[in-house]
Design a binder for this molecule. Structure first.
Ligand SMILES: [Zn+2]
Length: 140
């Protein structure tokens, strides 16, 4: 392999927590990387109710919906259907509440997976299930 393909995701923790992370990974005969991947993959929870930025009610809820993602590759436009795309909306006023950073990460992930599919399968996929797309595998 040419160059350094290892990317580092830096997390800040105390010496005490670092020791516990090392202990936990060695208890299960996992590397820290494997432990992190398994922990993230099994992490599932409801998003806490938030205050709606529009009507100020504490009713922002999240749902998983279908959406069409448009991407332009070599001056050609493609539509990819995304299922289970997370959407936060207010139950009171029905306005959508988007987190800039989350939206950016979602776009980056979908772009990356479209290019990956193009490279390995030779075509832009018609559909992605975000619930499956978000699962980490440890492979490039
Ligand atoms: Zn609202």
């Amino acid at each position: 392999m040419i160059g350094d393909s290892k990317k580092h995701l830096v997390s800040t923790m105390t010496e005490r927590d670092k020791l516990k992370a090392n202990l936990k990974s060695s208890l299960y005969s996992l590397s820290i990387d494997e432990l992190v991947i398994q922990a993230i993959n099994s992490y599932e929870r409801e998003i806490e109710p938030m205050n709606c930025p529009y009507c100020k009610e504490k009713t922002v809820v999240s749902s998983k919906e279908k959406m069409v993602y448009s991407i332009s590759i070599d001056n050609q436009d493609y539509d990819v259907r995304i299922i289970n795309y997370p959407r936060n909306y207010c139950k009171s006023c029905n306005k959508e509440f988007k987190d800039h950073q989350t939206t950016m990460f979602l776009s980056e992930l979908i772009d990356m997976e479209v290019f990956r599919a193009l490279r390995y399968e030779g075509e832009v996929p018609k559909e992605f299930d975000l619930r499956k797309l978000i699962v980490m595998s440890g492979k490039e």
